[in-house]
Design a binder for this molecule. Structure first.
Ligand code: NOJ
Length: 475
């Protein structure tokens, strides 16, 4: 256990992200983001499901009702992100009074209902202008623009927000944007950019953490990482090689930089061996990284990575069409590792393994490799196709069955002495699931986008309320 108590009580809550929930994409003076661009470019070949997040689930107009409902569900914390272009429409410079008023009211409403705001400064949405001008996170200029934006967030909201995270899933963002290519900026198998953009985001995060500490902000600041334990399949020829490469790719690049303040020792070596340009690695950055070590680790836990030797060229697959396709979520990275399958795997409709023990293994793995950091499960969830009855009510027993196992493993991890201080369900209510739109649902509360965004708690909402009631934990 660490000495840090992020709250008086174990935090139980739900999570959402600005672009996926807010809507109001062009209200007041809001600026244009990379995801606005995705939704509003005509004949966008990458928008394979032809989905728009313009209205998302209209949190912009429903936040009061939503937060009240979450409080009724027993939640004592709420995780949400801020939209850069709502706060600084041009990305840099003038602040939007309307955008700031909106977030002030969201924060004040949380506090009124006893929900600790758990605020992510950046969750995948950057000003499109920076993508156009210099290629977004590829360019180190974005580090300073992001830093300026983060300072505005701290200045405007830091008097009431005590739990911050700098970035949501920098690795997964780079993976989808540069390797998979299903998200903006839609580069495919551009591994060079993957490494560079993860690296740049981690430098940006450290700058903000350092600033937070130097300016004695009250509260705690962390980062959110999409963690999955790496497990090497028994038939693998070179187990250590495969493990080390996969662990660097999936976890240690992010976690070493933000929790050890170090560039992973094998990064330069492994990249050079595979012919990458390593000139973006600057060991002078470690001075900043050391001063930018986070207070806690936010872990988004959904899966593990079961790997073996890689043979042949790089292949990446993803399933954005749901149950109509047999496509799995997978990557074979040339000369590094290949994702394989243990026997008897159960998968969700989008080809991802459903393996609740992953959350326990993840907590254990992170605690052992990065001792002394409190862990918050900032996301965990189960996507299904929800079928409402005629009143709009969803009996999501399938979701409950999986979430119950995840929660049991989190509570077991606490019982076994691991320092987990919160658990957030993805998602608090239905949100727009990026390229999967409204089809892929995770929420505890149904949002009917065809009926004025009506909110209807699902069976899982009541299940979670009961979990919270019976598991009040003092930290
Ligand atoms: C990770 C992301 O933070 C969130 O935006 C996404 O929708 C969920 N996980 C579900 O995949």
């Amino acid at each position: 256990m660490s000495n840090v108590k992020l709250n008086d009580k174990f935090m139980w809550g739900g999570a959402i992200a600005a672009y996926q929930a807010e809507g109001g994409w062009n209200v007041d003076d809001k600026g244009y983001s990379n995801w606005d661009h995705f939704s509003n470019s005509d004949n966008n070949p990458f928008n394979i499901n032809n989905v728009s997040g313009n209205d998302a689930t209209d949190f912009y107009h429903h936040y009061k009702e939503d937060i009240k409902l979450l409080a009724e569900g027993g939640h004592n914390s709420f995780r949400f992100s801020l939209s850069w272009t709502r706060i600084i429409p041009e990305g840099v410079g003038k602040r939007s009074a309307a955008g700031i008023a909106f977030y002030n009211d969201v924060i004040n409403t949380c506090l009124k209902y006893g929900l600790e705001p758990n605020v992510t400064i950046h969750h995948y949405d950057i000003p499109q202008k920076f993508e156009d001008e210099f290629g977004g996170w590829k360019d180190k200029r974005l580090i300073d623009y992001y830093f300026d934006y983060a300072k505005v967030c701290l200045e405007e909201f830091g008097d009431r927000v005590k739990l911050w995270t700098t970035l949501n899933e920098p690795r997964f963002y780079s993976y989808c944007g540069y390797v998979m290519g299903n998200w903006p900026p839609h580069k495919h198998k551009d591994l060079q950019s993957y490494w560079e953009t993860v690296y740049n985001q981690l430098i940006a995060s450290a700058k903000v953490v350092k600033y937070f500490k130097e300016n004695n902000y009250e509260g705690y600041i962390g980062i959110v990482h999409d963690h999955g334990t790496v497990e090497v399949s028994p038939e693998t020829r070179d187990k250590e090689y495969v493990y080390n490469h996969a662990e660097l790719f999936f976890n240690s690049l992010v976690l070493d930089m933000c929790a050890k303040g170090k560039i992973p020792t094998n990064l330069e070596k492994f990249l050079k061996e595979s012919g990458y340009d390593t000139s973006f690695i600057n060991y002078q950055d470690e001075n900043l990284l050391k001063e930018g070590i986070v207070d806690f680790l936010g872990i988004n836990s959904y899966q593990r990575f079961y790997v073996t030797d890689s043979t042949g060229e790089t292949i990446v697959t993803h399933n954005n069409t749901g149950k109509k396709s047999n496509e799995k979520e997978s990557i074979k990275l040339k000369d590094w590792f290949d994702i394989t399958e243990p026997e008897h795997v159960s998968r969700n409709f989008w080809g991802r393994e459903v393996y609740p023990e992953a959350i326990y293994k993840g907590i254990k793995d992170v605690s052992e490799k990065y001792p002394g950091f409190p862990i918050v499960i900032t996301e965990n969830g189960h996507a299904v196709y929800d079928t409402p009855d005629e009143t709009g009510y969803v009996e999501d027993d399938d979701r409950i069955e999986v979430l119950q196992q995840f929660v049991d493993y989190v509570l077991k991890a606490r019982d076994d002495g691991y320092d987990v201080q919160g658990y957030f369900v993805w998602s608090a209510f239905d949100v727009w699931s990026w390229v999967n739109g409204y089809v892929k649902r995770y929420g505890l509360i149904r949002v009917d986008e065809n009926d004025n965004f009506k909110r209807i708690p699902k069976k899982s909402f009541y299940w979670f309320k009961d979990i919270i009631k019976t598991n009040q934990i003092t930290l």
